[in-house]
Design a protein around this ligand. Structure first.
Ligand SMILES: Nc1ncnc2c1ncn2[C@@H]1O[C@H](COP(=O)(O)OP(=O)(O)OP(=O)(O)O)[C@@H](O)[C@H]1O
Ligand SMILES: [Mg+2]
Length: 250
């Protein structure tokens, strides 16, 4: 993202952001409520068009095309193409309530990727097994715990084989005893796959485990960034210190 600004009416929510994530890199984003963390992920996912600046994913601009060296605005079709490289998991699980875990994962494979039913089923079974749900393939969301539903949502995103995965506080709607199982799935993915990841989280130990880089965000700006050792254990900015203290006292 370069010079990315996002305004809602007269409010600037993201301000001239320069953010670059390398292939394979795992980036954790922390910061207070309302600081613009979700907005950054929604911009990276192509769900919102920035007021200014450009976003490029795996070589493709989200909202622009390059012609004779100039960057020209482009529409929804260009965004749709670039968006394919990105998967996102939200705080709310957003599963189809009338479909089983298996059907929730195969649905986009059949209707977006146009896989055969058999290939979609095989890929979904592999991924649901990977997130620990091999015995729950035929359960509907109402028959699954929040942690299990969130793992279905992760499997569904992974099934489209994105190059970048975005996680937005994916454990904050869960009962405390279910948080660990979901974090373990993401931790395992972070350590074993080549996907780049941007993870908004308030789980400080988890962020330390998985992140190559931590970004502290406040009021639409990067306040501080660096390795977990620096930002989480020895922060330089007073704002980061104050924020981490508040989290640890929660
Ligand atoms: N569609 C929208 N229209 C108007 N304002 C919005 C919109 N989406 C977000 N905002 C505002 O932008 C600011 C940043 O919101 P954002 O959801 O990115 O914060 P956040 O850091 O994810 O917060 P939280 O930790 O509570 O999830 C907030 O003040 C929010 O009210
Ligand atoms: Mg948010």
């Amino acid at each position: 993202m370069r010079d990315v600004t996002m305004r809602y009416g007269s409010r600037t929510v993201v301000d001239s952001l320069l953010l670059s994530v390398k292939p394979r890199e795992k980036v954790a984003i922390i910061g207070p409520s309302g600081s613009g963390k979700t907005t950054i992920l929604r911009l990276a996912m192509g769900l919102e068009r920035p007021s200014e600046g450009w976003i490029r994913i795996d070589g493709n601009y989200l909202w622009h095309v390059e012609r004779n060296g100039a960057l020209l605005p482009a529409g929804e079709q260009q965004a749709r193409r670039a968006r394919r490289a990105v998967g996102m998991v939200f705080q709310q699980f957003n599963l189809f309530p009338h479909m089983t875990a298996m059907q929730n994962v195969t649905e986009p494979l059949v209707h977006v990727l146009r896989l055969s039913k058999k290939d979609a089923h095989d890929r979904a079974a592999d991924l649901l097994t990977r997130v620990g749900l091999a015995t729950h393939l035929d359960h509907r969301p109402a028959q699954l715990s929040g942690g299990q539903q969130q793992r279905v949502a992760i499997a569904r995103s992974l099934a489209l084989r994105p190059k970048v995965m975005l996680f937005d506080e994916v454990t904050s709607a869960l009962d405390p005893e279910l948080v660990g199982e979901v974090l373990n799935v993401i931790r395992d993915l972070a350590h074993t796959t080549s996907m780049a990841m941007m993870i908004v989280t308030h789980e400080i130990t988890f962020a330390s485990d998985i992140a190559d880089r931590v970004i502290m965000f406040d009021h639409g700006h990067v306040v501080e960034e660096g390795t977990p050792d620096v930002v989480l254990r020895n922060p330089q900015s007073p704002r980061t210190k104050q924020f981490l203290k508040a989290i640890l006292e929660r």
